[in-house]
Design a binder for this molecule. Sequence first.
Ligand code: UD1
Ligand code: CA
Length: 479
Amino acid sequence: MTAALHVVILAAGKGTRMRSALPKVLQPLGGRPMLSHVLERARLLSPARISVVIGHQADRVRASVAADDLRFVEQAEQKGTGHAVSLALAGQEPAGRVLVLYGDVPLIPPEDLEACLQASADLVVLGAEVADPRGYGRLVEHPPGHLERIVEERDADTAQQRIRRINTGILSAPAAHLKRWLAQGEAEADRRAGEWYLTDVVAAARAEGRPVALAISATPEAVLGVNDRLQLAGQERLFQRGQAERCLRAGLALTDPGRFDLRGQLHFGEDCLVDLNVILEGTVRLGDRVRIGPGCRLRDVVVEDDAQIDAYSVLESCVVGPGCRVGPFARLRPGAQLEAGAAVGNFVEMKNATLGPGAKANHLTYLGDAEVGPRANIGAGTITCNYDGANKHRTRIGADAFIGSNSALVAPVTVGDGATIGAGTVLTRDAPSGVLTFSRPPQQTRSDWERPRRTARRPADDPGDPESSPPGTDSGTDL
Ligand code: UD1
Ligand code: CA
């Protein structure tokens, strides 16, 4: 059966209620477009064909999910879900079964899709029972358990509005039947002079006496469509909760699964701990016994065994070697590399720079385009002046070098092995190995100098006077 499956994904809408320049189906969920989650689930079914109906910002949607196994169908004007599906079926051999998915129902569980495909009826509709059915099409059952038709909210009378079983939009049917039922829906839309509803196929199937089955999802929260940012935030939490649970089951310690965000792939070893409010993006690899402190963000990072990333550190495209310590409040930018046992402390920034084994930069430092040798000690406030306003230059610091606090290393420059640089040096030429180099203006003391004295002020000059403060400004959306 699967061999002849044609999955049709509806993704042509704008998503007005998102109030965004980005098409709704490209809004990120777990760090990637909502539509890519739908595609992932469609592919699990190994269908013969996947058609994606695009319209609003079609080129952008196509470009962001393009793949060899996808067929894109343009729906220039969004005349309704029925129109969208009929375009996807036009010109296709009416064989096998069609499964319709929605680009704005991203977390549809694979079990629900299986249920849609396994039921023996001609038409299978996936429904859900919800506490608040507002905004969704209602399932009209007659007798109970037998789906008679679907009524859109705007067409529902008061009694129908009270129905709590709603249409998820997802359905499956043999291609040949679906084409015919859709055509009847078009006539219906013309008669109403309105939108062409996919949901009208239910009444069409019943009118032909064809068996119609209703599958009710066991996880209603996962099959609800995303129309606004509140619903998107709800789906994001659901997705992240699922990922946190998978990580916990696989042996990752999370202080609070409700405060963990993984927007990509995570690989981890034994006894790793991720503290509160950590965000992991791209591909993150943690060795054994790695600890990530609260509030850290890591994107495309490798952290090796026994390394520790302390609170509020931000790391991107870098490698932290075994036993290293980073943070709190450290920033490792692309190309930062810490070798075994190196340490980077608070308010240290590194970019395209290597810290050799056991080297330390513990406080308030910028290391850019630099190589630091084994066991070197970089004093507080050291800056590699790597940029001359036009080009970047490298700084090389040898093994066991000691850079005194508040030194400016004006690249290109080399500090030899075992060299000592005196505090406050502005180093513009290479510093030889094994000796002290420093530049420092002579210290002066003046005993004839007096501190300036404050002159008497009028009260209106006092900056603390509320009368003289500028009024606050206001802007943004009114609620
Ligand atoms: C639809 C269903 C409703 C169901 C709800 C579930 C219809 C008529 N109604 O309503 O019964 O409860 O989904 O979420 O089907 N789209 C196109 N082309 C179009 C119109 C829509 O591709 O011409 C796409 C949209 O991009 C979206 C999906 O189809 O991904 C659903 O469209 P939307 O307008 O959100 O339908 P709802 O009003 O939510
Ligand atoms: Ca919708």
